[in-house]
Ligand binder design. Sequence first.
Ligand code: NAD
Length: 328
Amino acid sequence: MEFKSLLIGEETVKKYLSPEDVIACVEETWKWYGEGKVVMPNKITTDMSSLGVAGWFNSMPAYIGPMDVAGIKLVGGYDGNKALGLPYIKANVLITDSRTGMLRALISGDYINDMRTGAQPAIMAKMLAAKTDVVTVIGTGLMGYTSLLCMSKVLDIKEVRVCDISDEAKEAFMARFPNAPWKFVNCKNNEEGCRGADVIITVTNANANLVEEPWLKEGSLVMTMGSFRETSFDVVRKADKIAVDQVGQSLHRGNVKELAEMGEITADSFDIIIPDVLAGKAKARTSDKERIYAQIIGTGMLDVALGGLLLKKIADAGEEMPWVDLSK
Ligand SMILES: NC(=O)c1ccc[n+]([C@@H]2O[C@H](COP(=O)([O-])OP(=O)(O)OC[C@H]3O[C@@H](n4cnc5c(N)ncnc54)[C@H](O)[C@@H]3O)[C@@H](O)[C@H]2O)c1
């Protein structure tokens, strides 16, 4: 029997998965996770630097029950990539047959990774923000772009404030939204960006206090997405509620990691677990006055689910893809 393992490149992924598809799939997958219909071990990191390779990669497996899709995302950072004209971050998604383990598809995972990352703050802001008139983006790189792109699909935004240490990055970011229905404000510093903002998102590779607690207004929502510290400890400590996308991994990475290491934050500190809210098991915001801090760690179930959705769309369209039969 012939078994086709598809090989799917970036252009095909972009053709079949619109930002709207990605947002809907991320939201649904989170809900299934909250309902206990997804199996997802914590991601593990393979850091190759001790053996002289300037790179690391994360292994992020998941099984999505309602889609019957099993797979893994491998995503890493490679220091030498820029010199080769490649992005620092490289992602691949493997989808296997859940009953036999046969490879169903090997998918270039960059667009999936970028777009699912941006879909997360869009859904979170929809669920957690008291208001979304003024949105501040700190970190105007690739994930900042996909975040605002996805937020623009689901939120009514009147003003976008942009903050970055690089003027060039800010200019390039704003140029990517030529017909934006909102007013752009190019901020001189983060304080100007944060004071009075309804929603603040940090998506940088910094390890610094980019947001200070006294700058935050009543009812604000702060979401951090970077891999390291992006706010002062008090932004987390003094928040009325702390929200996360997943409990297990939130203590070991990102903005909350140091507070967890000091014992100030534990799994019990998280008031809002987004998948549980979507599954109807818990409440999100309960007052417009609450200041909510959210950490978005990013999970492999989203990439695997999107890989499954992509395969279904390709099959429905009947388009032939390049394939190999690995059993031969
Ligand atoms: N949570 C998730 O699901 C998820 C997924 C993918 C990537 N990430 C993380 O998102 C972050 C951004 O990734 P990216 O691909 O957009 O990177 P990028 O290099 O494209 O952009 C990062 C931007 O941050 C800016 N920056 C750096 N230091 C800053 C500072 N002190 N103040 C203001 N701006 C600063 C840079 O100038 C740059 O414009 C990384 O930490 C990455 O690991 C998170």
